[in-house]
Design a protein around this ligand. Structure first.
Ligand code: ZN
Length: 137
């Protein structure tokens, strides 16, 4: 393992293998790293009651913030899929990412053939609704 980038790519691709996706047949994995250096991963977990479905990104975020102070920030997220084209976070996930990310958080989308696209969070989700909005008068 040469770098954090390699580790996050491998973690996201490993998580993808645990995807529970009998309805969409879309296997997605995600990994992330926090400012304290801890890494987490998750996969999409679907539910027969579709509203109970949770995307890989949110599973990884729930795992991370159930074990860390909310003052931590996500510095990088990787989303892995076995699709031909990189798989972007849905709008719901972008909103959840906004809670714990910074505008500079790196979002990398990878597939199993080493294809990669990356964005800064501020470019993927500009004008995000943030916790600060609730504090403003
Ligand atoms: Zn999502």
């Amino acid at each position: 393992m040469n770098s954090l980038k390699d580790k996050l790519n491998q973690d996201a691709r490993m998580a993808l293998q645990f995807s529970y996706s009998p309805y969409s047949q879309k296997k997605i994995g995600a990994s992330l790293v926090l400012t304290n250096g801890k890494t987490y991963s998750g996969c999409n977990i679907e539910n027969a009651s579709y509203g109970g479905t949770v995307c890989a990104e949110r599973v990884a975020i729930w795992k991370a913030f159930s074990e860390n102070e909310s003052s931590e920030k996500i510095t990088e997220i990787v989303v892995a899929s076995d699709e031909t084209e990189p798989w972007p976070p849905c709008g719901f996930c972008r909103q959840v990412i906004a809670e714990f990310a910074t505008p500079e958080t790196l979002i990398r989308l990878v597939n199993l053939e080493q294809k990669e696209v990356s964005y800064k969070f501020k470019d993927l989700f500009p004008e995000a609704f943030k916790p600060e909005h609730l504090l403003k008068k």
